[in-house]
Design a protein. Structure first.
Length: 300
């Protein structure tokens, strides 16, 4: 999945178009965005730029809508630019309906292929949020719906009523210390029970921050403090060994590890250059045999 978070802000429109074109050329299909991307990068303090760029790209490429699948999210757009995520729009039924309409307008489409609750909102009864998501599929505005940054137990409480069939959380090969605060407080991690839940209940599991903002391969992108523990050092050591043996990059091994797991985890990966995009897309062809996976998994 191609993460389009900073398209139209940090990555300009021409560069975004080039990355989208290359992604499709390489056989990519899923494009992931959100209605609040990327409010923190824009002078207005409001989002929508990523969806707008994708919409203009689709308009400029006749027939492209049939070749790609679009995933977007609602619920975390700031209502007050000065307060950012402290003033998220939330997941009341009227807000969900309005957020979807805005996303479809910016994207220039009549439906999306997967629509996510971007964050949980406990200020609204779960039944109200779930009903609003069920109506999106009934009205044909979303082919599927899912929940992001939401605890598994809460997803299960609302899954039947909402029709949620996918869960999106933060996940990667190295893990933060248990209980350690992440720099992005709104992020929620995958835990072993999350994997068991997705496997048992048949939910698709998507993961963001899979390459931890370049932390596996760039000296100028150190891992955040939550990852500073002996387990990280041990895992990075084995990761480097496996990558060298395979003639692959550490990023590619991490992505192959996610894709080949049980359950499979579908990584959302951002790319700022065509070369970076080529690197991460090549991970689809990298297979980890059982012994290599055992080596990677046995390190704690």
């Amino acid at each position: 999945m191609l993460g389009a978070m900073v398209f139209g802000t940090r990555i300009g429109e021409a560069e975004s178009f080039a990355l989208l074109d290359r992604f499709v050329e390489l056989g990519g299909r899923w494009i992931d965005t959100a209605n609040n991307y990327a409010f923190w990068e824009h002078p207005s303090g409001l989002g929508g730029q990523s969806e707008q760029v994708i919409g203009r790209w689709l308009a400029a490429r006749p027939g492209m809508r049939e070749r790609v699948l679009i995933s977007t999210k609602g619920g975390a757009e700031p209502t007050d630019p000065a307060r950012g995520l402290e003033a998220m729009e939330g997941l009341s039924a009227p807000v969900v309906a309005e957020a979807v309409a805005g996303s479809l307008r910016r994207l220039g489409v009549d439906h999306v292929d997967l629509y996510w609750a971007h964050v949980e909102d406990r200020s609204v009864p779960l039944a109200e949020t779930a009903g609003a998501f069920r109506r999106l599929t009934e009205q044909g505005l979303a082919r599927r719906v899912g929940a992001s940054n939401t605890p598994a137990w809460r997803v299960e409480q609302g899954r039947a009523a909402a029709g949620w069939s996918a869960l999106q959380l933060r996940h990667s090969y190295v893990q933060p210390r248990p209980g350690a605060a992440l720099e992005s407080w709104s992020h929620r991690q995958v835990f072993p029970e999350t994997l068991d839940y997705a496997r048992t209940c048949g939910l698709d599991l998507w993961a963001y921050s899979t390459l931890i903002n370049g932390g596996y391969g760039r000296a100028d992108r150190p891992l955040e403090e939550a990852y500073d523990h002996p387990g990280t050092t041990r895992r990075l050591g084995v990761l480097a060994e496996v990558a060298d043996e395979l003639g692959a990059t550490r990023n590619q091994v991490v992505l192959a590890w996610l894709l080949g797991g049980d359950p499979a985890v579908w990584p959302i990966v951002g790319a700022s250059t065509p070369g970076r995009l080529d690197e991460v897309m090549a991970a689809r062809d990298l297979k980890l045999d059982p012994e290599l996976r055992r080596r990677l998994d046995s390190v704690s």
